[in-house]
Design a protein around this ligand. Structure first.
Ligand SMILES: CC(C)[C@H](C(=O)O)[C@@H](O)C(=O)O
Ligand code: SF4
Length: 478
């Protein structure tokens, strides 16, 4: 009798291909193709490894970047010193420890003066390290970003980092699968960032809990790789373990010729295999949600979770309009923290600070959009605005195209790559009570500085807000 394979989801295909052993009720031992490490979550696992007398099992599959703890204020150019020395002893130690550990173990290392360095969820794909059908882990929650290439990519804890360093494997409970199907296209003024905020606004921050999300639908297909990374980056903010998008011609075109991507005949073999990485017709997900985007308007968060989001043409919502007491309490608390009144027009909210950067939105496409919005204009006098490219590669490309000049002439700070003001692990942060328009992914209390208030937006919205001084309906921007 002919053997008929049951239809499988993309997730199931990658999971199965990496399961070293799988016992019912016991979880799965997964093989990890690539392990990304950064200075914040790797020192402890390396120390534990050393104490146990063990070595890094696969240094060639381990890639180290420096991003969270570093200054982004420039002092020079590549080749000379490009960074201000870190005065904080703990942060300085994190960086020197990673340098030392990476050299000792012989892992791939992208140092501070190496233009290939950058945010751990921006730089690896530029180098072709992020390849379809692989498993990628990192001690960092936004590892889901790499899922944009049809990768099973997820964040892990420090003891798991140690386990992967030692064995290149990881013990995991199999997540459930969830399809988020996006029907419709991206309306005027909307980008991948608006799309993912809109999705989270619809499904909530807990919708993906215990699941690996696959984003499907025509809106996803039409996104560039940069846009797909923005969407998968925030899958974690919908509670998901991972987010992924099936690879296609856009993916292959992006990867071709990248330093760590397969070459020549191997490339052909790889692409043939990658073409099989789609969810089979008839495959069943544990959960499916459908989001319609035709009426979508550029999005702005008003509260302290990414799901507290409204269209820029809207108003700050009123807890009294909601029936769930828990939701009302959460909204009241968010309103108090954000110092906002229900009914305030979003376009009337004035900001102090604009941050264009982070692993959500610091890629070249993001900078193209932002630069096109600010060209020939001036940042509002009361606003401090900065652009922080996600990697040295992004920075170099932007500079070769003159984007840095456009930003600087408009009054933006043009920075060295890093996580910067996405979170308070370096010198870039806001003062208490200050309000930002930020292209990052988290607006939790204190995220950009103690007492600071964050509104998550797209790069286009952030750029326009810097010029106008308040949020604006960018659909009419000229
Ligand atoms: C510092 C790191 C562990 C953290 C994370 O896991 O995501 C950070 O990158 C963040 O965005 O909050
Ligand atoms: S840019 Fe922000 S979200 Fe991304 S890894 Fe750095 S701190 Fe985390």
């Amino acid at each position: 009798m002919e053997h008929v394979e049951h239809p499988r989801t993309l997730f199931e295909k990658i999971w199965k291909a990496h399961a070293v052993s799988e016992e019912p009720g016991q979880g799965t031992l997964l093989y990890i193709d690539r392990h990304l490490i950064h200075e914040v979550t790797s020192p402890q696992p390396f120390a534990a490894l050393k104490a146990a007398g063990r070595q890094v099992r696969h240094p060639e599959a381990t890639f180290a970047f420096i991003d969270h703890s570093i200054h982004t204020t420039p002092v020079g150019t590549y080749g000379k010193r490009s960074r201000i020395p870190i005065l904080d002893p703990d942060r300085s130690l994190q960086v020197s420890t990673l340098q030392h550990n990476a050299a000792g173990a012989g892992v791939h290392f992208f140092g501070l003066d190496d233009p290939r360095n950058g945010i751990i969820h921006v730089a690896p794909s530029e180098q072709g390290i992020t390849l379809p059908g692989t498993t990628i882990v990192c001690g960092d929650s936004h590892t889901s970003t790499h899922g944009a290439f049809g990768v099973l990519a997820f964040g892990i804890g420090t003891s798991e980092v140690e386990h992967v360093l030692a064995t290149q494997c990881l013990h995991q409970q199999r997540p459930k699968t969830m399809e988020v199907r996006i029907e419709g296209s991206l309306p005027r003024g909307c980008t991948a960032k608006d799309l993912v905020l809109f999705i989270i606004g619809q499904i909530g921050t807990g919708a993906g809990t215990g699941h690996c999300i696959e984003f499907t639908g025509s809106a996803i297909r039409s996104l560039s790789m940069e846009g797909r990374m923005t969407v998968c980056n925030m899958a974690i903010e919908a509670g998901a373990r991972a987010g992924m998008i099936a690879p296609d011609e856009t993916t292959f075109a992006y990867l071709k010729g990248r330093p760590f991507a397969p070459k020549a005949e191997e490339w052909e073999h790889a692409v043939n295999y990658w073409r099989s990485l789609t969810t089979d017709p008839g495959a069943v997900y544990d959960k499916v949600v459908v989001v319609h985007t035709d009426d979508m308007i550029p999005q702005v968060t008003w509260g302290t979770t990414p799901a507290m989001v409204v269209p820029v043409t809207g108003v700050v919502p009123d807890p009294a309009d909601f029936t769930d007491p828990a939701q009302q309490t959460a909204m009241q608390r968010a309103l108090a923290y954000m110092d906002l009144q229900p009914g305030t027009r979003i376009e009337d909210i004035v900001v102090d600070c604009v941050f264009i950067g982070s692993c959500t939105n610091s890629r070249i496409e993001d900078l193209h959009i932002a630069a096109s919005m600010v060209k020939g204009k001036r940042v509002a006098p009361s606003i401090k605005a900065m652009v922080v490219p996600g990697s040295g590669v992004v920075k170099q490309q932007a500079e070769s195209e003159g984007l840095d000049v456009i930003f600087k002439e408009a009054g933006f700070d043009w920075r060295e790559p890093g996580c910067s003001m996405c979170m308070t692990m370096n010198e870039d942060h806001m003062r208490p009570g200050e309000r930002s328009a930020s292209t990052s992914n988290r607006n939790f209390e204190g995220r950009q500085g103690k007492g600071s208030r964050t509104h998550l937006v797209s790069p286009a919205m952030a750029a326009a807000t810097a010029i106008a001084g308040h949020f604006v309906d960018i659909r009419a921007w000229e």
